[in-house]
Design a protein around this ligand. Structure first.
Ligand SMILES: Nc1nc2c(ncn2[C@@H]2O[C@H](COP(=O)(O)OP(=O)(O)OP(=O)(O)O)[C@@H](O)[C@H]2O)c(=O)[nH]1
Length: 440
Protein backbone atom coordinates (compact mmCIF):
# COMPACT_ATOMS: atom_id res chain seq x y z
CA UNK A 1 0.00 0.00 0.00
CA UNK A 2 2.85 2.35 0.81
CA UNK A 3 3.82 2.33 -2.85
CA UNK A 4 0.56 3.81 -4.01
CA UNK A 5 1.26 7.45 -3.21
CA UNK A 6 2.62 7.63 -6.74
CA UNK A 7 -0.91 7.52 -8.19
CA UNK A 8 -1.20 10.77 -10.19
CA UNK A 9 -4.12 13.14 -9.57
CA UNK A 10 -5.66 12.53 -12.93
CA UNK A 11 -6.07 8.83 -11.98
CA UNK A 12 -7.65 9.85 -8.74
CA UNK A 13 -10.52 11.04 -10.89
CA UNK A 14 -11.31 7.34 -11.16
CA UNK A 15 -9.26 6.66 -14.18
CA UNK A 16 -6.52 4.06 -14.08
CA UNK A 17 -3.66 3.94 -16.54
CA UNK A 18 -3.75 1.23 -19.10
CA UNK A 19 -2.03 -1.81 -17.67
CA UNK A 20 -2.54 -0.78 -14.00
CA UNK A 21 -2.34 -3.71 -11.60
CA UNK A 22 -5.40 -5.14 -9.85
CA UNK A 23 -4.50 -3.51 -6.46
CA UNK A 24 -4.12 -0.17 -8.24
CA UNK A 25 -7.50 -0.56 -9.94
CA UNK A 26 -9.11 -1.64 -6.70
CA UNK A 27 -7.64 1.33 -4.84
CA UNK A 28 -8.84 3.82 -7.44
CA UNK A 29 -12.32 2.41 -7.96
CA UNK A 30 -13.08 1.13 -4.48
CA UNK A 31 -16.53 2.51 -3.55
CA UNK A 32 -15.45 3.36 0.01
CA UNK A 33 -12.91 5.79 1.39
CA UNK A 34 -9.48 4.14 1.76
CA UNK A 35 -6.64 5.87 3.58
CA UNK A 36 -3.17 4.82 4.58
CA UNK A 37 -2.10 6.31 7.91
CA UNK A 38 1.02 6.26 10.00
CA UNK A 39 0.81 5.05 13.60
CA UNK A 40 -0.10 8.59 14.73
CA UNK A 41 -3.06 8.81 12.38
CA UNK A 42 -1.40 11.11 9.85
CA UNK A 43 -2.76 10.49 6.34
CA UNK A 44 -0.10 9.19 3.98
CA UNK A 45 -2.41 8.51 1.10
CA UNK A 46 -6.14 8.64 0.31
CA UNK A 47 -8.18 7.19 -2.57
CA UNK A 48 -10.64 9.22 -4.70
CA UNK A 49 -13.71 7.97 -2.82
CA UNK A 50 -12.54 9.89 0.26
CA UNK A 51 -13.88 13.05 -1.38
CA UNK A 52 -17.37 11.58 -1.77
CA UNK A 53 -17.46 10.05 1.70
CA UNK A 54 -16.00 12.92 3.75
CA UNK A 55 -16.16 16.03 1.55
CA UNK A 56 -12.37 16.49 1.85
CA UNK A 57 -10.21 16.42 -1.29
CA UNK A 58 -7.89 13.41 -0.93
CA UNK A 59 -4.80 15.50 -1.56
CA UNK A 60 -5.83 18.02 1.11
CA UNK A 61 -5.93 15.28 3.73
CA UNK A 62 -2.44 13.99 3.06
CA UNK A 63 -0.15 15.13 5.85
CA UNK A 64 -3.05 15.91 8.19
CA UNK A 65 -4.24 13.75 11.07
CA UNK A 66 -7.32 11.79 10.08
CA UNK A 67 -8.91 12.82 13.37
CA UNK A 68 -9.93 15.95 11.46
CA UNK A 69 -12.98 13.82 10.72
CA UNK A 70 -13.81 13.56 14.42
CA UNK A 71 -16.63 15.60 15.90
CA UNK A 72 -14.18 16.49 18.70
CA UNK A 73 -10.65 16.20 17.25
CA UNK A 74 -8.28 14.16 19.48
CA UNK A 75 -11.12 13.08 21.76
CA UNK A 76 -13.61 11.68 19.27
CA UNK A 77 -14.37 8.13 18.19
CA UNK A 78 -11.83 8.11 15.32
CA UNK A 79 -9.01 8.88 17.77
CA UNK A 80 -10.22 6.15 20.10
CA UNK A 81 -10.51 3.57 17.31
CA UNK A 82 -6.96 4.32 16.10
CA UNK A 83 -5.56 4.16 19.63
CA UNK A 84 -7.23 0.81 20.25
CA UNK A 85 -5.98 -0.62 16.98
CA UNK A 86 -2.40 0.52 17.70
CA UNK A 87 -2.48 -0.77 21.27
CA UNK A 88 -4.00 -4.13 20.45
CA UNK A 89 -2.23 -4.52 17.14
CA UNK A 90 -5.48 -5.92 15.83
CA UNK A 91 -8.24 -4.73 13.50
CA UNK A 92 -10.91 -2.38 14.86
CA UNK A 93 -14.36 -2.38 13.30
CA UNK A 94 -17.40 -0.32 14.12
CA UNK A 95 -19.75 2.53 13.29
CA UNK A 96 -18.26 6.01 13.87
CA UNK A 97 -20.00 9.35 14.12
CA UNK A 98 -17.81 11.73 12.11
CA UNK A 99 -18.04 15.25 10.74
CA UNK A 100 -18.32 15.94 6.97
CA UNK A 101 -16.22 18.83 5.59
CA UNK A 102 -19.46 20.88 5.34
CA UNK A 103 -20.21 20.22 9.03
CA UNK A 104 -23.03 17.68 8.84
CA UNK A 105 -22.86 14.44 10.78
CA UNK A 106 -21.59 11.30 9.05
CA UNK A 107 -22.20 7.70 9.98
CA UNK A 108 -19.17 5.78 8.73
CA UNK A 109 -18.86 2.04 8.89
CA UNK A 110 -15.14 1.83 9.66
CA UNK A 111 -12.35 -0.75 9.56
CA UNK A 112 -8.90 0.14 10.94
CA UNK A 113 -6.40 -2.54 10.03
CA UNK A 114 -2.81 -2.51 11.37
CA UNK A 115 -0.24 -3.22 8.64
CA UNK A 116 3.17 -4.55 9.67
CA UNK A 117 4.82 -6.44 6.90
CA UNK A 118 8.03 -7.47 8.67
CA UNK A 119 9.21 -7.43 12.30
CA UNK A 120 11.28 -4.30 11.70
CA UNK A 121 8.83 -2.49 9.45
CA UNK A 122 7.10 0.69 10.57
CA UNK A 123 3.50 0.31 11.69
CA UNK A 124 1.00 1.63 9.20
CA UNK A 125 -2.78 1.69 9.47
CA UNK A 126 -5.26 1.01 6.70
CA UNK A 127 -8.54 2.89 7.19
CA UNK A 128 -11.56 1.87 5.14
CA UNK A 129 -14.83 3.77 5.59
CA UNK A 130 -18.30 3.51 4.07
CA UNK A 131 -20.93 6.18 4.44
CA UNK A 132 -23.94 4.25 5.83
CA UNK A 133 -25.93 7.39 6.70
CA UNK A 134 -28.51 6.86 3.92
CA UNK A 135 -29.09 3.29 5.15
CA UNK A 136 -29.51 4.48 8.73
CA UNK A 137 -31.73 7.46 7.96
CA UNK A 138 -35.07 5.73 8.75
CA UNK A 139 -33.65 4.34 12.00
CA UNK A 140 -32.17 7.75 12.90
CA UNK A 141 -35.53 9.43 12.28
CA UNK A 142 -37.26 6.75 14.39
CA UNK A 143 -34.78 7.33 17.18
CA UNK A 144 -35.34 11.06 17.09
CA UNK A 145 -39.13 10.51 17.25
CA UNK A 146 -38.67 8.05 20.11
CA UNK A 147 -36.44 10.52 21.93
CA UNK A 148 -39.12 13.24 21.64
CA UNK A 149 -41.81 10.80 22.79
CA UNK A 150 -39.71 9.72 25.78
CA UNK A 151 -39.13 13.35 26.75
CA UNK A 152 -42.90 13.98 26.67
CA UNK A 153 -43.67 10.82 28.68
CA UNK A 154 -40.92 11.58 31.21
CA UNK A 155 -42.42 15.03 31.78
CA UNK A 156 -45.95 13.74 32.46
CA UNK A 157 -47.21 13.97 36.05
CA UNK A 158 -47.63 10.21 36.31
CA UNK A 159 -46.29 6.91 35.03
CA UNK A 160 -47.01 5.20 31.73
CA UNK A 161 -46.78 1.44 32.18
CA UNK A 162 -47.09 -1.85 30.44
CA UNK A 163 -47.89 -4.76 32.76
CA UNK A 164 -47.81 -8.34 31.61
CA UNK A 165 -49.36 -11.33 33.34
CA UNK A 166 -48.22 -14.77 32.22
CA UNK A 167 -50.87 -17.50 31.86
CA UNK A 168 -49.70 -18.93 35.20
CA UNK A 169 -50.14 -15.56 36.92
CA UNK A 170 -46.59 -14.14 37.20
CA UNK A 171 -46.53 -10.34 36.77
CA UNK A 172 -43.81 -8.38 34.99
CA UNK A 173 -43.51 -4.80 33.82
CA UNK A 174 -42.59 -4.40 30.15
CA UNK A 175 -42.29 -0.64 30.50
CA UNK A 176 -42.42 1.99 33.25
CA UNK A 177 -41.77 5.63 32.49
CA UNK A 178 -39.34 7.85 34.40
CA UNK A 179 -42.09 9.41 36.54
CA UNK A 180 -42.06 6.33 38.78
CA UNK A 181 -39.08 7.65 40.76
CA UNK A 182 -40.97 10.83 41.70
CA UNK A 183 -44.12 8.85 42.44
CA UNK A 184 -42.68 6.31 44.86
CA UNK A 185 -38.89 6.58 45.02
CA UNK A 186 -38.25 3.43 42.96
CA UNK A 187 -36.51 3.52 39.59
CA UNK A 188 -38.24 2.00 36.54
CA UNK A 189 -35.26 -0.32 35.98
CA UNK A 190 -35.38 -1.67 39.54
CA UNK A 191 -39.10 -2.44 39.30
CA UNK A 192 -38.82 -3.92 35.80
CA UNK A 193 -36.09 -6.23 37.13
CA UNK A 194 -38.18 -7.18 40.16
CA UNK A 195 -41.90 -6.18 40.22
CA UNK A 196 -42.19 -7.22 43.87
CA UNK A 197 -40.15 -4.14 44.81
CA UNK A 198 -43.27 -2.14 43.96
CA UNK A 199 -46.01 -4.70 44.69
CA UNK A 200 -44.66 -5.54 48.18
CA UNK A 201 -45.17 -1.90 49.14
CA UNK A 202 -48.93 -2.04 48.74
CA UNK A 203 -50.60 -1.40 52.08
CA UNK A 204 -52.90 -3.86 53.90
CA UNK A 205 -55.62 -5.45 51.80
CA UNK A 206 -54.74 -3.36 48.76
CA UNK A 207 -52.37 -6.03 47.40
CA UNK A 208 -55.25 -8.51 47.45
CA UNK A 209 -57.59 -5.92 45.93
CA UNK A 210 -55.11 -5.38 43.08
CA UNK A 211 -54.77 -9.14 42.49
CA UNK A 212 -58.57 -9.46 42.38
CA UNK A 213 -58.95 -6.50 40.02
CA UNK A 214 -56.28 -7.93 37.69
CA UNK A 215 -57.92 -11.37 37.80
CA UNK A 216 -61.31 -9.88 36.87
CA UNK A 217 -59.91 -7.68 34.15
CA UNK A 218 -57.87 -10.54 32.66
CA UNK A 219 -61.04 -12.65 32.34
CA UNK A 220 -63.40 -9.91 31.08
CA UNK A 221 -60.75 -7.79 29.32
CA UNK A 222 -62.63 -4.80 30.74
CA UNK A 223 -60.38 -1.78 31.49
CA UNK A 224 -58.59 -1.85 34.83
CA UNK A 225 -59.31 1.02 37.22
CA UNK A 226 -58.18 0.76 40.80
CA UNK A 227 -56.88 3.04 43.52
CA UNK A 228 -54.51 1.55 46.07
CA UNK A 229 -52.18 2.71 48.82
CA UNK A 230 -48.44 2.35 48.70
CA UNK A 231 -45.74 2.95 51.28
CA UNK A 232 -43.24 5.67 50.38
CA UNK A 233 -40.36 7.21 52.33
CA UNK A 234 -42.54 9.93 53.90
CA UNK A 235 -45.68 7.89 54.57
CA UNK A 236 -48.46 6.44 52.48
CA UNK A 237 -49.58 7.59 49.05
CA UNK A 238 -52.68 6.75 47.01
CA UNK A 239 -52.03 5.68 43.42
CA UNK A 240 -54.64 4.99 40.76
CA UNK A 241 -54.06 2.63 37.86
CA UNK A 242 -56.13 3.05 34.67
CA UNK A 243 -55.33 0.65 31.84
CA UNK A 244 -56.78 -1.16 28.88
CA UNK A 245 -56.47 -4.94 28.84
CA UNK A 246 -55.82 -7.28 25.96
CA UNK A 247 -55.04 -10.93 25.48
CA UNK A 248 -51.61 -11.88 24.23
CA UNK A 249 -51.00 -14.57 21.64
CA UNK A 250 -49.61 -17.04 24.19
CA UNK A 251 -52.56 -16.62 26.56
CA UNK A 252 -51.14 -13.98 28.90
CA UNK A 253 -52.74 -10.58 29.52
CA UNK A 254 -51.24 -7.18 28.78
CA UNK A 255 -52.35 -3.95 30.46
CA UNK A 256 -51.21 -0.64 29.03
CA UNK A 257 -52.07 2.46 30.92
CA UNK A 258 -51.36 5.13 33.36
CA UNK A 259 -50.51 5.34 37.05
CA UNK A 260 -51.10 8.60 38.90
CA UNK A 261 -50.88 10.00 42.39
CA UNK A 262 -54.44 10.56 43.67
CA UNK A 263 -53.54 11.16 47.33
CA UNK A 264 -55.05 14.68 47.40
CA UNK A 265 -58.27 13.53 45.77
CA UNK A 266 -58.52 10.58 48.18
CA UNK A 267 -57.94 12.82 51.19
CA UNK A 268 -60.63 15.21 49.98
CA UNK A 269 -62.99 12.24 49.50
CA UNK A 270 -62.15 10.98 52.99
CA UNK A 271 -62.87 14.43 54.48
CA UNK A 272 -66.17 14.62 52.59
CA UNK A 273 -67.07 11.08 53.62
CA UNK A 274 -66.25 11.95 57.24
CA UNK A 275 -68.46 15.04 57.04
CA UNK A 276 -71.44 13.24 55.57
CA UNK A 277 -71.15 10.23 57.87
CA UNK A 278 -70.48 11.98 61.18
CA UNK A 279 -72.88 13.45 63.71
CA UNK A 280 -71.53 16.93 64.34
CA UNK A 281 -72.47 17.17 68.04
CA UNK A 282 -71.01 13.86 69.22
CA UNK A 283 -68.56 12.86 66.47
CA UNK A 284 -70.29 9.45 66.27
CA UNK A 285 -71.64 7.87 63.08
CA UNK A 286 -74.89 9.40 61.93
CA UNK A 287 -77.93 7.27 61.12
CA UNK A 288 -77.06 6.78 57.42
CA UNK A 289 -73.45 5.82 58.14
CA UNK A 290 -74.45 3.49 60.98
CA UNK A 291 -76.69 1.50 58.66
CA UNK A 292 -74.16 1.53 55.80
CA UNK A 293 -71.32 0.32 58.04
CA UNK A 294 -73.66 -2.06 59.84
CA UNK A 295 -74.51 -3.88 56.62
CA UNK A 296 -70.81 -4.44 55.94
CA UNK A 297 -70.26 -5.79 59.47
CA UNK A 298 -73.25 -8.11 59.10
CA UNK A 299 -72.05 -9.43 55.75
CA UNK A 300 -68.68 -10.24 57.34
CA UNK A 301 -70.33 -11.91 60.36
CA UNK A 302 -72.68 -13.91 58.09
CA UNK A 303 -69.68 -15.28 56.17
CA UNK A 304 -68.32 -16.59 59.47
CA UNK A 305 -71.76 -17.78 60.70
CA UNK A 306 -71.71 -15.43 63.71
CA UNK A 307 -74.58 -13.69 65.52
CA UNK A 308 -74.17 -9.97 66.06
CA UNK A 309 -75.31 -8.22 69.26
CA UNK A 310 -77.12 -4.91 68.65
CA UNK A 311 -78.55 -2.43 71.17
CA UNK A 312 -80.67 0.71 71.26
CA UNK A 313 -79.78 3.22 73.99
CA UNK A 314 -81.77 6.23 75.17
CA UNK A 315 -80.91 8.88 77.77
CA UNK A 316 -83.40 8.78 80.66
CA UNK A 317 -85.59 11.80 81.45
CA UNK A 318 -83.61 13.80 78.99
CA UNK A 319 -86.42 16.28 78.49
CA UNK A 320 -86.28 17.11 82.22
CA UNK A 321 -82.51 17.66 82.01
CA UNK A 322 -83.01 19.95 79.03
CA UNK A 323 -85.88 21.82 80.60
CA UNK A 324 -84.18 22.22 83.97
CA UNK A 325 -80.61 22.98 82.96
CA UNK A 326 -80.99 24.19 79.41
CA UNK A 327 -80.40 22.75 75.96
CA UNK A 328 -76.63 23.36 76.21
CA UNK A 329 -76.48 21.14 79.31
CA UNK A 330 -78.37 18.48 77.31
CA UNK A 331 -75.78 18.75 74.54
CA UNK A 332 -72.95 18.25 77.03
CA UNK A 333 -74.70 15.13 78.35
CA UNK A 334 -74.99 13.76 74.81
CA UNK A 335 -71.29 14.42 74.22
CA UNK A 336 -70.36 12.81 77.53
CA UNK A 337 -72.40 9.74 76.63
CA UNK A 338 -70.55 9.52 73.28
CA UNK A 339 -67.20 9.69 75.07
CA UNK A 340 -68.19 6.96 77.54
CA UNK A 341 -69.34 4.77 74.62
CA UNK A 342 -66.00 5.20 72.83
CA UNK A 343 -64.14 4.38 76.07
CA UNK A 344 -66.28 1.34 76.87
CA UNK A 345 -66.45 -0.28 73.42
CA UNK A 346 -63.70 -1.41 71.06
CA UNK A 347 -62.56 0.81 68.20
CA UNK A 348 -64.23 -1.36 65.56
CA UNK A 349 -67.62 -1.62 67.32
CA UNK A 350 -70.22 0.62 65.68
CA UNK A 351 -71.79 3.49 67.62
CA UNK A 352 -74.37 5.64 65.87
CA UNK A 353 -76.56 8.54 66.90
CA UNK A 354 -79.78 7.53 65.19
CA UNK A 355 -82.15 10.06 66.79
CA UNK A 356 -82.06 13.10 69.10
CA UNK A 357 -81.08 11.23 72.29
CA UNK A 358 -81.21 7.76 70.78
CA UNK A 359 -78.17 5.71 69.95
CA UNK A 360 -77.61 2.35 68.24
CA UNK A 361 -74.72 0.02 69.00
CA UNK A 362 -73.35 -2.98 67.15
CA UNK A 363 -70.75 -5.12 68.88
CA UNK A 364 -68.47 -6.79 66.37
CA UNK A 365 -67.22 -10.34 67.03
CA UNK A 366 -68.76 -10.54 70.53
CA UNK A 367 -70.27 -13.60 72.17
CA UNK A 368 -73.70 -12.97 73.84
CA UNK A 369 -72.42 -13.09 77.43
CA UNK A 370 -69.49 -10.87 76.64
CA UNK A 371 -71.80 -8.37 74.90
CA UNK A 372 -74.14 -8.25 77.91
CA UNK A 373 -71.29 -7.51 80.29
CA UNK A 374 -69.81 -4.84 77.98
CA UNK A 375 -73.19 -3.06 77.82
CA UNK A 376 -73.67 -3.39 81.58
CA UNK A 377 -70.27 -1.75 82.12
CA UNK A 378 -71.34 1.01 79.76
CA UNK A 379 -74.62 1.59 81.63
CA UNK A 380 -72.75 1.71 84.95
CA UNK A 381 -70.09 4.09 83.60
CA UNK A 382 -72.84 6.53 82.53
CA UNK A 383 -74.57 6.29 85.93
CA UNK A 384 -71.24 6.95 87.69
CA UNK A 385 -70.29 9.91 85.54
CA UNK A 386 -70.68 13.47 86.77
CA UNK A 387 -71.45 16.55 84.68
CA UNK A 388 -70.19 19.72 86.32
CA UNK A 389 -72.14 22.60 84.76
CA UNK A 390 -72.22 26.13 86.14
CA UNK A 391 -70.91 24.95 89.52
CA UNK A 392 -73.60 22.28 89.74
CA UNK A 393 -72.91 18.54 89.54
CA UNK A 394 -75.46 16.57 87.49
CA UNK A 395 -75.98 12.88 86.96
CA UNK A 396 -77.82 11.08 84.16
CA UNK A 397 -78.59 7.49 83.24
CA UNK A 398 -79.37 5.46 80.13
CA UNK A 399 -81.71 2.57 79.33
CA UNK A 400 -80.74 -0.14 76.85
CA UNK A 401 -82.63 -2.68 74.76
CA UNK A 402 -80.64 -5.52 73.30
CA UNK A 403 -81.13 -8.05 70.50
CA UNK A 404 -79.04 -10.56 68.58
CA UNK A 405 -79.02 -10.62 64.85
CA UNK A 406 -78.66 -14.12 63.37
CA UNK A 407 -76.51 -14.60 60.23
CA UNK A 408 -78.41 -13.33 57.22
CA UNK A 409 -80.91 -11.39 59.38
CA UNK A 410 -82.17 -7.87 58.73
CA UNK A 411 -80.53 -4.99 60.62
CA UNK A 412 -83.63 -2.76 60.67
CA UNK A 413 -85.67 -5.62 62.07
CA UNK A 414 -83.07 -6.35 64.77
CA UNK A 415 -82.99 -2.69 65.81
CA UNK A 416 -86.81 -2.65 66.04
CA UNK A 417 -86.61 -5.58 68.40
CA UNK A 418 -83.90 -3.82 70.40
CA UNK A 419 -86.13 -0.73 70.46
CA UNK A 420 -89.04 -2.73 71.86
CA UNK A 421 -86.68 -4.10 74.54
CA UNK A 422 -85.63 -0.52 75.27
CA UNK A 423 -89.27 0.48 75.71
CA UNK A 424 -89.65 -2.32 78.25
CA UNK A 425 -86.50 -1.11 80.05
CA UNK A 426 -88.09 2.35 80.33
CA UNK A 427 -91.35 0.86 81.58
CA UNK A 428 -89.46 -1.21 84.15
CA UNK A 429 -87.95 1.90 85.73
CA UNK A 430 -85.06 3.02 83.39
CA UNK A 431 -81.27 2.80 84.03
CA UNK A 432 -81.26 -0.88 82.98
CA UNK A 433 -80.76 -3.33 80.12
CA UNK A 434 -83.56 -5.51 78.73
CA UNK A 435 -83.16 -8.27 76.15
CA UNK A 436 -81.76 -9.89 74.25
CA UNK A 437 -84.29 -11.24 71.82
CA UNK A 438 -83.20 -13.53 69.05
CA UNK A 439 -83.95 -12.20 65.61
CA UNK A 440 -83.79 -14.24 62.44
N1 LIG B 1 -79.96 19.15 74.21
C1 LIG B 1 -80.44 18.42 73.23
N2 LIG B 1 -81.64 17.87 73.38
C2 LIG B 1 -82.14 17.11 72.40
C3 LIG B 1 -81.47 16.90 71.21
N3 LIG B 1 -82.21 16.10 70.43
C4 LIG B 1 -83.31 15.80 71.10
N4 LIG B 1 -83.31 16.42 72.30
C5 LIG B 1 -84.30 16.41 73.34
O1 LIG B 1 -84.42 15.11 73.87
C6 LIG B 1 -85.66 15.07 74.55
C7 LIG B 1 -86.32 13.74 74.39
O2 LIG B 1 -87.34 13.67 75.30
P1 LIG B 1 -88.37 12.51 75.37
O3 LIG B 1 -88.45 11.81 74.04
O4 LIG B 1 -89.65 13.07 75.92
O5 LIG B 1 -87.80 11.49 76.38
P2 LIG B 1 -87.09 11.62 77.77
O6 LIG B 1 -87.35 12.93 78.40
O7 LIG B 1 -85.66 11.27 77.60
O8 LIG B 1 -87.83 10.51 78.59
P3 LIG B 1 -87.56 8.99 78.53
O9 LIG B 1 -86.89 8.67 77.25
O10 LIG B 1 -88.93 8.39 78.66
O11 LIG B 1 -86.71 8.70 79.71
C8 LIG B 1 -86.49 16.25 73.98
O12 LIG B 1 -86.61 17.24 74.98
C9 LIG B 1 -85.67 16.78 72.85
O13 LIG B 1 -85.78 18.17 72.67
C10 LIG B 1 -80.19 17.54 71.07
O14 LIG B 1 -79.48 17.41 70.05
N5 LIG B 1 -79.74 18.26 72.10
Amino acid sequence: MRGMSWIPDKWRRRRTPPGASLPERLYAHFPGAVMLLDAHGVVLDANPSVAQATGHAPASLVGQRVTILDEQPLRGPVSRALAECVQQRSAWRGLLHCRHADGHRLYLDTLVQPLVEGPHDTLRLLLIQHDVGPLLEPAIADRARLGRLEAVVAGLPGVVFQLHQAPRGALSFGYLSEGLSALCGLTPDAVMASPSRLLDRLVGDDREALSNALAQSSVSLEPLQLAFRIEVADGVRWLEATASARRESKGGTLWEGWLQDVTRRKEAERRTEHLISTDMLTGLLNRRAFFANGEAVLAHAARHGRRVPVAMVDLDHFKVLNDTHGHAAGDVALQRFATICRDSLRPYDLIGRVGGEEFALMLVDSEPEEACSVLERLRQAVADSELVLGGETLHFTVSLGMAFLAPGGDLGEALSRADRALYRAKRAGRNRIVGPEAVT
